[in-house]
Design a binder for this molecule. Sequence first.
Ligand SMILES: [Cu+2]
Length: 179
Amino acid sequence: MKSGTILYTRAVRVMVTIVHGTIALMMLLTVHTAMAAQGGHSHAHSKEHSEPALQLLNASARATKPGMSSSAAYMTIYNGTHQAVQIRSLSSPVAGKTELHTTEMNNGMMKMRRVDNLTINPGDRLELKPGGYHVMLMGLNKHIAKNSEVPVTITFSNGDQKTVIAHATDEIKGQHMAH
Ligand SMILES: [Cu+2]
């Protein structure tokens, strides 16, 4: 009767699979119906979903002269999501280390300091500009030539990872110090 038991077990398994499959299909159909019902009168909602939630805009980087080991990049970070996000980490193929920095006056001296986990509220724009927040590119593995393109990638707390191409220029106003 051993083979009979196996056969029976198999038959049960097949039935369970069929039942599971049917339930999954029914759930899928229910979801589809619900979405179809919603789709008719919520144009604004679908438009919202087609727009990128987090955006890196107008990025530029300081072109370097031979011998310079660090540089800075600037941009606008727009949080188009409905939730506050934090900047978790940064990277760029041109630099050994990439960090978010801010510039502050400290006892009459301009000083730069690393900023971790900076929060950007929903709908807010964070301006990275000379004399303020900036992307610090340290340990450059090559000279950043004028008019070259510098990719900068930012990873956010919601898991989003965005890359922007910063255009290298020697026309950024304001001094930038090396560390
Ligand atoms: Cu810096």
